[in-house]
Design a protein around this ligand. Structure first.
Ligand SMILES: *Cc1c(COP(=O)(O)O)cnc(C)c1O
Length: 420
């Protein structure tokens, strides 16, 4: 599509957008009685309006039924995770048995590493992207130590070439080849939180497997953002949070994918709890762990009903919109933002790749001078991007609730700022 930087053009795209009505499903942040252009969905997605009724239902069942809510509630708590599986599986391109919603992201990452990082004397290395999200860095560091290894020796960091901001796929694959005899696992993001770069998950997983290593992904910035196909891409495991693009509330629950070739293997090492035990026998309180089939066999505790009720309501919207449709709109919407930002290359650099295959909806921008000042100015103009030290402004026009006119407004604000 040939874009135009004009209000009429943006409004015309909004009029023909089949997903436009989903904006009304959300509480848009208001400032001085006007909705803000919210660009922080990569950090905390907006609240879907239908969440309140979903929470109220569970509060009501608890008030009226007490413990009987486990079986007699509208959504019996005993089986609660089942109610989320199908829709969550669709969002990440998995079979139902390969997905479970539970716990929080970093906790799940550790649980997956317990099962899939099994270092030996010769094959013990973990490969990850340099400057990964700190929680992932700490998780990998302490996983290495847990096995008695020195993290500086066990962890290989993938670094961009001199003078570049993002990784080249060819360099990632070469690094895997280079370490083919010692590599135990590749564990990296699906989309890097800082640069916004989306990695070629399929090719990375295939290359890791070809050298005898495993491939796991942290999809915190990819789930609900990219059109993922985890089953077909053959990744070993993946984890994600639900409060970013999946709009399921601060500190919300998390998702786990375990490929079926592992999920149905009861021999696999894991840290277990009663909720992962065979459902038919769970309340027999017997000795001897028998895992449920699939990802559900990694559950530890009884379901956290309130965060999961939020996620359940939010997943309905993804189901109604369709992740493929959202991604299609997202490519166009962020493409429009990229186009608008090109008018300001004298003042700023977009470090996220322009190629839609290498990005999600987020663009990361380095302002040549005094980025924090521009960030403050945008806020004063009812536009809310986010700021990441040392010098990046991240803008994520989320297709579920952002429109093309919002993106046009960003361009207008930048024009005014740089003209003054
Ligand atoms: C957001 C994010 C986290 C946060 O972890 P929590 O356990 O949910 O607090 C971890 N890793 C990555 C890559 C993230 O983007």
């Amino acid at each position: 599509m040939t874009f135009e930087n004009s209000l009429a053009f943006a409004q015309n795209l909004d009029q023909t957008d089949k997903l436009a009505h989903f904006r009304d499903e959300f509480h848009l942040i208001q400032k001085d009685g006007k909705p803000m252009v919210y660009l922080c969905g990569n950090s905390l997605g907006l609240q879907p309006k239908r969440v309140k009724a979903a929470i109220d239902q569970e509060l009501k069942d608890w008030a009226e039924l007490g413990v009987e809510g486990h079986f007699d509630g509208k959504n019996p708590w005993m089986y609660y995770h089942h109610f989320l599986t199908e829709k969550a599986a669709k969002v990440v391109g998995a079979k139902n048995s390969e997905v479970v919603i539970m716990n929080n992201l970093t906790a799940n990452l550790h649980l997956m590493m317990v099962s899939f990082y099994r270092p030996t004397a010769s094959r013990y290395k973990i490969m990850m992207e340099v400057s990964a999200f700190p929680s992932d860095q700490y998780a990998m560091e302490t996983q290495a130590r847990f096995h008695g290894l020195n993290p500086d020796e066990a962890i290989i960091e993938l670094k961009p070439r001199e003078g570049e901001y993002t990784l080249r796929t060819e360099d990632i694959l070469a690094k895997i080849e280079e370490n083919k005899d010692t590599l135990a696992i590749v564990m990296m993001g699906g989309v890097n939180y800082y640069t916004g770069q989306a990695f070629d998950i399929k090719t990375i997983a295939a290359t890791a497997h070809a050298v005898g290593a495993r491939a796991g992904f942290d999809l915190a910035h990819a789930a609900g953002n990219l059109h993922l196909q985890l089953h077909d891409w053959n990744v070993d495991f993946a984890v994600w949070c639900t409060y970013k693009y999946l709009n399921s509330g601060p500190g919300g629950t998390s998702g786990v994918f375990v490929h079926e070739r592992h999920g149905n293997n009861p021999e696999i090492n894991r840290f277990a709890g009663w909720w992962g035990h065979d459902e038919k026998e769970r309340f027999l309180m017997k000795k001897g762990f028998i895992p449920m089939e699939g990802a559900a066999g990694w559950q530890l505790s009884n379901a956290q009903i309130f965060p999961m009720a939020i996620h359940k309501a939010s997943l309905e919207l993804f189901d109604e919109a369709g992740i493929e449709n959202l991604r299609k709109k997202s490519e166009l919407l962020t493409g429009y933002l990229y186009f608008i930002l090109k008018d300001f290359t004298e003042h700023l650099t977009v470090i996220t790749p322009e190629d839609p295959a290498q990005r999600g909806c987020q663009l990361s921008i380095i302002v040549k001078q005094d980025g924090k000042k521009l960030f403050d100015y945008l806020q004063s103009q009812n536009i809310l991007p986010d700021w990441r030290e040392p010098d990046v402004i991240r803008m994520s026009p989320v297709p579920m609730y952002t429109n093309f006119e919002d993106v046009f407004k960003i361009g207008e604000a930048l024009k005014n700022y740089f003209a003054s």
